[in-house]
Design a protein around this ligand. Structure first.
Ligand SMILES: [Zn+2]
Length: 260
């Protein structure tokens, strides 16, 4: 019987081990666990866009420096189902009594699941809305208590902002303002930093068609989209979402929540 070259055997063993580890890493409660093809780590798509929500009255305009951009960890370091046509919609800065229910209605209409990165202070003010969101099958992520620029805070304040946000396995830094220290502190609370691949820039209120276009153009298997249900008037976001989900569903895309 011919003997296989040792290199070939090693390669086969490595492939088997890799597959086993990928299965083990898959969160059991994530919907994709059942139908998932072999997992891959989602790669960042192109240069990372920077998230700069409209400044609130009295708030200092956030400065995103080159350093911030360079140190921002991409959303890539996570195993997600990406073999199929799956998109991950995320909504930040809520819950918001007017627009969150509208977003939920659009998602329900299209049988879509999403992830809501809520502010602790808003979740505390509208706990029923958070519960409604969870019951509809969506996941909740921590977007801090009060939406500060985390890299500007003292170590004590940084911990306060992360630890007083909602309990979740996911954490998203406001303004994409993060660094290795911020991510590490979130990790101490067992929260995985999640950024995004496509910023729809809905926070600029650029018009329904431009937000819709950002959704359609950004669609590719495994992409994470940034949108907002809180922080301002989100009528454009709601309308664009409805139109884009109609088209993307027709293209065969499904919409899942992140394993938060
Ligand atoms: Zn935000």
């Amino acid at each position: 019987m011919p003997v296989s070259p040792p290199g070939k055997l090693l390669l086969a063993a490595a492939v088997l081990l890799g597959a086993a580890l990928a299965q083990a890493a898959q969160p059991a409660d994530h919907p994709s666990a059942v139908t998932s093809p072999p997992l891959r780590t989602v790669a960042a798509h192109g240069p990372l866009a920077v998230h700069l929500p409209a400044a609130k009255p009295g708030a200092k305009k956030p400065q995103v420096t080159r350093k911030n951009q360079r140190t921002a960890a991409p959303s890539a370091n996570w195993n997600l189902q990406a073999g199929g046509k799956v998109l991950y919609l995320t909504f930040d800065d809520g819950p918001q009594p007017v627009y969150t229910p509208k977003v939920l209605a659009v998602l329900a209409k299209h049988h879509a699941r999403a992830t809501f990165f809520v502010l602790g202070r808003e979740a505390a003010a509208h706990p029923a809305l958070v519960e409604t969101t969870r019951r509809a099958g969506h996941r909740i992520g921590n977007h801090t208590w009060d939406h500060p620029m985390l890299t500007k805070l003292s170590p004590v304040r940084l911990r306060q902002e992360i630890s007083t946000g909602v309990k979740s396995k996911c954490f998203r830094p406001p303004f994409r303002d993060t660094n290795a220290h911020v991510a590490a502190v979130a990790g101490e609370y067992h929260q995985h930093q999640v950024l995004w691949d496509v910023d729809t820039r809905d926070w600029e209120k650029p018009g329904v068609s431009r937000i819709e276009r950002a959704l359609i153009r950004g669609a590719r298997p495994g992409a994470i989209f940034l949108m907002h249900d809180g922080g301002g008037n989100r009528a454009q976001t709601v309308a664009a979402l409805d139109q884009a989900l109609t088209k993307l569903s027709a293209q065969g895309y499904a919409f899942r929540s992140l394993p938060c």
